[in-house]
Design a binder for this molecule. Structure first.
Ligand SMILES: CC(C)(COP(=O)(O)OP(=O)(O)OC[C@H]1O[C@@H](n2cnc3c(N)ncnc32)[C@H](O)[C@@H]1OP(=O)(O)O)[C@@H](O)C(=O)NCCC(=O)NCCS
Length: 167
């Protein structure tokens, strides 16, 4: 079996990304609320780049970088212009626990560092698997805040904020 390849996402990947995201949403409620326009959700304004893990035509996983908002930058204590937020990280259910998210996360962090930006991220406090991933791979918890969106059960989301490697 060939190893999955991590490469920059292009527009032709978006239908497969949306399909993979729909399966992740069904399994994990990520994202918590299915977006009206999932293609747009994957291509937000302010994106700094996006990458996919592929096996042939299939998208197995996805990650992106974005300029963080002021709330996240406040918790980190660094101007948003010096930060890159890892976002939209997901791996298809059948491809899990093989190190793909670890590789996608490391790839995104290296891309940020290469642009002299500090990688950061936020994760919903109930996302146990993702939190385990970040803590296992050395990301440092710096604080929590209440987000401006609600979890699937209608409660205001509490997010945990992490700083990644700086070199
Ligand atoms: C979280 C997620 C990205 C992990 O993907 P993955 O490819 O299975 O993760 P990896 O195989 O790279 O895991 C690396 C390590 O992280 C930890 N980890 C990952 N998923 C875990 C889980 N569900 N429970 C406990 N630990 C977990 C483990 O230490 C794992 O190493 P191990 O398998 O040797 O024990 C995936 O489960 C997912 O897409 N979840 C839904 C979307 C989501 O929550 N995204 C994050 C948004 S902030």
């Amino acid at each position: 079996m060939p190893e999955p390849v991590i490469r920059r996402r292009d527009d032709n990947d978006l239908p497969a990304c949306v399909q993979a995201l729909a399966a992740v949403h069904a399994a994990d409620r990520y994202p918590a609320n299915w977006p009206t326009d999932p293609r747009r959700w994957l291509t937000p304004d302010g994106s700094l780049g996006a990458w996919v893990a592929t096996d042939g035509a299939a998208v197995l996983g996805h990650v992106s970088l974005a300029r963080p908002g002021p709330a996240l930058a406040d918790v980190v204590g660094v101007p948003a212009a010096e930060l890159a937020e890892v976002a939209r990280l997901f791996v298809g259910v059948s491809a899990r626990r093989g190190g793909l998210a670890r590789d996608l996360l490391a790839h995104a962090a290296q891309m940020a560092i290469g642009d002299r930006l500090q990688p950061v991220l936020e994760v919903e406090s109930g996302a146990i698997g993702a939190i385990a991933l970040y803590e296992r791979t050395g990301w440092r918890f710096v604080g929590s805040s209440v987000a401006d969106w609600r979890t699937a059960d209608g409660q205001p989301a509490v997010v945990r904020i992490y700083i990644g490697p700086s070199s």
